[in-house]
Write a protein that binds this ligand. Structure first.
Ligand code: PDD
Length: 276
């Protein structure tokens, strides 16, 4: 297994990072996940642009061109050229003595790897999700590598035999632990606005664009937890989730079988077409 680390492609066993790396000490860094599918890296530019925006937001000086240029050699070294795979990238503020203030002049630590990954063109799962309090910070728009809130709520979902946790902040459904969430009511597709309480997912943006193209009305507003029972359909979106129907959300059961709502199904099919 090969990794790209600070300009070099080496084997994973030889890839070493200092214990003084700020990613390790503070979770001080940004990550991205993208997939390569039948027709290339899915929305590569959108992912790299978001990575650059996030690095700018936290004041790490690094240009994603380095990553863009390294993708092809990394895939080649990993024997994944033109193959379905998942690509993980992270950039941290670099190595420096532990101090809260930002170090001056420490070069960013840049790491990425690719792994074989099969993603069916339509997610076959009808997801079961629990509701969990969204106790994360108020900058969820930043794709920070500090993911304690996300992994703790996800783990609660796993412990209760569910597939995902939908998070509730001030009575409103914000997003999933690693997905965005959408509802359908009377033919309108509703999702949380892209503000500091959610990550503006690339898949979220794609679904909103597909809705426009398909003349499906959309509404970007938070849905109160108390309104779940009045919704007709719900689905999660994400790079490794694509569009996944939700069968059960908290106390509410949308379907007790493999049914998928009409609008969800149309969007799943339209999303799958983007790979061809
Ligand atoms: N998760 N919201 C959160 C909190 C996420 O972590 C993610 C992505 C999304 C969906 O974003 P996108 O559509 O750009 O993948 C929403 C990635 C895949 C992960 O942590 O593995």
């Amino acid at each position: 297994e090969k990794v790209f680390l600070n300009g070099k492609i080496i084997s994973a066993e030889d890839a070493k990072i200092s214990v003084f790396d700020r990613g390790f000490l503070f979770g001080d860094g940004i990550y991205e996940v993208m997939v390569q599918l039948e027709n290339g890296i899915f929305y590569k530019k959108a992912h790299l642009d978001r990575l650059q925006d996030n690095l700018n937001k936290i004041g790490v000086s690094f240009h994603v061109k380095t990553i863009d240029d390294a993708l092809e050699p990394l895939l080649k070294a990993s024997d994944l050229t033109d193959k379905s795979c998942l690509i993980y990238m992270q950039v941290t503020r670099g190595v420096a003595p532990r101090k809260h203030s930002f170090p001056k002049g420490a070069p960013a630590t840049v790491m990425m790897y690719a792994l074989p990954y099969d993603l069916p063109s339509i997610n076959p799962k009808n997801m079961k999700a629990i509701l969990e309090p969204d106790f994360r910070w108020h900058r969820c728009d930043i794709k920070s590598i500090s993911l304690l809130g996300n992994i703790m709520t996800n783990e609660s979902a796993m412990e209760s035999g569910a597939d995902e946790a939908a998070l509730v902040r001030d009575g409103m459904i914000s997003e999933g632990s690693h997905t965005n969430i959408f509802f359908v009511k009377d033919g309108t597709v509703i999702t949380h606005p892209a503000n500091e309480h959610i990550l503006d997912g690339i898949s979220r943006q794609i679904v909103l664009k597909l809705c426009k193209e398909m003349n499906i009305p959309t509404l970007e507003k938070p849905v109160p937890q108390t309104e779940i029972q009045n919704m007709d359909e719900a689905f999660f979106t994400g790079t490794t989730t694509q569009v996944a129907s939700i069968a059960v959300l908290g106390e509410h059961t949308f379907y007790d079988n493999d049914n998928v709502g009409k609008t969800t199904k149309r969007l799943q099919e339209a999303f799958a077409k983007l790979r061809t």
